[in-house]
Design a protein around this ligand. Structure first.
Ligand code: ADP
Length: 678
């Protein structure tokens, strides 16, 4: 029985980048992905090695039997090396004779070609077909194929040819020739054979090494090809045409069975896709097929235990060239021995039986359960079922079934994950934008705070001396008779008053922190402002009062200041006349005042500076640049919002500006950004 304590293939989770290539390529669906971690479900694995081939991260590990082989060599028993016939495709840097010498140098007592086992197995197939003309067979030299049938198509087991693999046949030959106590170590391209060595009831092969592992053994023992001056030769018994066994259809050629394409009696299938499809269809579509010669790889020389990067054609050529040269190089004596092998091992039992190892995925899911899983993957309609295969499963439904069986995660659905990422990205962008806004508001309120302190200081120091200065200038003006001096004094009073206006703006600015809320009729407040400051010539003022409840808890004096600023700015922006409209709207929580004009508008550059103290585009003496800064501070102290929209570019439509002030109807709880406390 196989032991799962010593698994054949494992996944190095640190290296695994979750590309799902192995899930996609595993014909047995033996790779489970749960919580973002992939692992091999050992009882489902057929050892075909596809996952090793497709893993670009080298995150798959094959059970290493080199130490086991070293232990056998140290045991004192006769240890026979059995070299698979695909070795010429692997050892392109080492001649066959040199390879034999190197294997012997590792401590092996004899070195044999498994190709003889292939010769004998081929003979069995010929016999089987001749003696059972009504029977149909699936060939069994490939352990991955046998495993696949036993696990996933057990009802096809009666078709599995009851013949051992060339590896086991060779082990039996060697025990026949060298005695039952010898130990055998197989060296080949195949990963699945490692499982076969522990799977067979007799455990006829003590260790199975891949060619990659054989190279590791050479490295570990410092066995280098250049250390050998003479080539060595394989030990008898010698092999015949079985040397071409690794080539697809090699079994037929060795057994001299004709692949008659027209009759369809013999069908050759190889490689991942082909072998699964052919097996699944065997009893339906291949009713006339007497022998299905099938390999899980594209020829044994494509096995996952190879290290060569050569193309399949190059590998195939190397194997057939070796066979041609080797057979031609045999002495008469050797050729006679090969001829006699069939007779010599006539009584050797090369039969085997099979036990089912059926693997199921448990109860199948109901449609409702599958739908629930599909919904989790964002699939609600038929169009959502993209069947893109990115998850490793052919269809979305297969993926959902695997999720139900606990083999897969719903997160493996790439389109769904991308969609989720996009949503997360949008949310992040939105939060980034509001953070930026908050940062700007913070900077602005910081600037305003320091400006407030500065303003308070200046106002305090300058206000009194300025008052005295103006008082005296006015007194002098009253008494003055001389018109020239009078004009000078008038200039002094004028400029002094201008300074006073600036000082009073600064004082307002520094006093914003105190809000004295009281129930105020907002419509009445706006009306009052318009009545006390009539419109400039050419300016039409309209009020659109849509308030359902005009009363709000605000500081009326401060709000008069805000409205007066906005009202006079709007008028000044329309020197040639225009429309000034004030729109009042509300909801139970807020009151909104919009002041719009059809003036010259504000350039994009200036939009960012509007609320900065002392920013003014007005002529000297016309503006202090404090109106909007003060208004901003007051609105913020009311825990409200003030925003501006404007167009100064005629090409983009009518010019004009709208300031929108939104105030909470009642004092909200908790501080608001930009709030300053005394
Ligand atoms: P001041 O009015 O003293 O210049 P404000 O802080 O009230 O200071 O305004 C700052 C600047 O914003 C103004 O100089 C002007 O350039 C611009 N501004 C404000 N309101 C308007 C408006 N309604 N139309 C065009 N520009 C405006």
């Amino acid at each position: 029985m196989p032991t799962w304590d010593n698994p054949l293939i494992t996944i190095v989770t640190d290296k695994c980048r979750m590309c799902y290539a192995c899930v996609r390529e595993c014909p047995a669906k033996a790779i489970q992905v749960v919580d973002g971690q992939a692992r091999v479900i050992q009882p489902r694995c057929i050892g075909c090695g596809n996952c090793l081939r497709v893993c670009s991260q080298n995150a798959k590990q094959v059970r290493d039997d080199t130490e086991k082989a070293f232990a056998l060599l140290d045991s004192g028993a006769h240890v026979a090396a059995m070299v698979a016939p695909s070795f010429p495709a692997e050892f392109i840097d080492i001649s066959p004779g040199r390879l034999v010498a190197m294997i012997r140098a590792l401590g092996f007592d004899s070195v044999h070609e498994v190709a003889l086992g292939a010769d004998l197995v081929a003979r069995e197939y010929r016999k089987l077909l001749d003696e059972n003309p009504e029977s149909r067979y699936i060939s069994t030299p490939c352990p991955a194929v046998v495993s696949y049938v036993r696990k996933y198509h057990p009802r096809l087991m009666p078709y599995l040819a009851p013949v051992v693999s060339p590896m086991v046949a060779m082990a039996r030959v060697l025990r026949h020739d060298l005695g039952p106590d010898i130990k055998t170590v197989f060296m080949g391209p195949c990963v699945a054979k490692k499982r076969a060595s522990i799977d067979t009831t007799h455990r006829e092969v003590e260790a199975v090494l891949t060619f990659a592992e054989l190279r590791t053994m050479f490295d570990k023992r410092g066995v280098k090809p250049e250390a050998f001056t003479e080539d060595d030769d394989f030990d008898p018994p010698y092999a015949g045409v079985g040397m071409v066994f690794p080539i697809s259809g090699g079994l037929l050629q060795t057994a001299d069975i004709k692949e008659d394409l027209l009759s369809g009696e013999v069908v050759v299938a190889e490689g991942r896709g082909d072998f699964i499809e052919t097996i699944s269809e065997f009893d339906v579509t291949h009713a006339d097929t007497r022998l299905l010669d099938i390999l899980a790889c594209q020829g044994c020389y494509a096995g996952a235990g190879m290290t060569t990067n050569e193309t399949m054609l190059q590998r195939r050529t190397r194997v057939s060239n070796y066979a041609k040269n080797r057979l031609a190089s045999y002495s008469e004596e050797q050729a006679a021995e090969v001829e006699g092998a069939e007779e010599r091992y006539r009584d050797l039992d090369l039969s085997r039986a099979y036990r089912s190892d059926e693997q199921t995925l448990g109860d199948s899911a109901t449609w409702d359960e599958l739908q629930e899983i599909l919904h989790r993957m964002g699939k609600f309609t038929a169009e959502d079922l993209l069947n893109c295969g990115a998850c490793g499963y052919d269809t979305c439904l297969d993926h959902a079934r695997a999720v139900y069986a606990g083999l897969a995660d719903s997160e493996m659905c790439l389109p769904h994950t991308i969609e989720q990422l996009r949503t997360a990205y949008d949310a992040l962008e939105e939060s980034h934008r509001s953070l930026e806004e908050a940062k700007e508001a913070l900077e602005r309120s910081g600037k305003l705070a320091s400006m407030g302190q500065l303003a308070a200081g200046i106002a305090h120091e300058v206000n009194n001396p300025l008052g005295t200065l103006l008082l005296h200038a006015n007194l002098l003006l009253e008494e003055c008779e001389d018109s020239e001096t009078k004009s000078d004094l008038e200039t002094i009073v004028d400029q002094g008053n201008r300074c006073k206006r600036i000082i009073s703006g600064l004082l307002n600015f520094s006093r914003q922190s105190r809000v004295l809320r009281q129930p105020t009729d907002v419509a009445e407040l706006v009306d009052r402002i318009i009545r006390t400051a009539p419109a400039a010539s050419g300016v039409t003022v309209k009020i659109d009062n849509r308030l359902s409840d005009p009363v709000a808890d605000i500081d009326p004096d401060q709000m008069v200041q805000v409205m007066t600023n906005l009202y006079s700015n709007a008028q000044q922006a329309m020197p040639d006349g225009g429309d000034l409209s004030i729109e009042l709207t509300d909801d139970p929580e807020t009151v909104t005042i919009k002041v719009s004009d059809t003036g010259y508008g504000i350039s994009e550059d200036n939009m960012t500076k509007l609320f900065t103290p002392f920013f003014s585009t007005k002529a000297v003496g016309m503006g202090t640049g404090l109106g909007l800064a003060v208004s901003h501070g007051i609105v913020k102290m009311h825990k409200g919002q003030i925003t501006a929209e404007s167009n100064a570019d005629r090409r983009q439509g009518p010019t004009g500006t709208t300031f929108t002030v939104t105030l909470p109807r009642h004092e909200p709880k908790g501080p608001v950004m930009g709030e300053r406390r005394e």
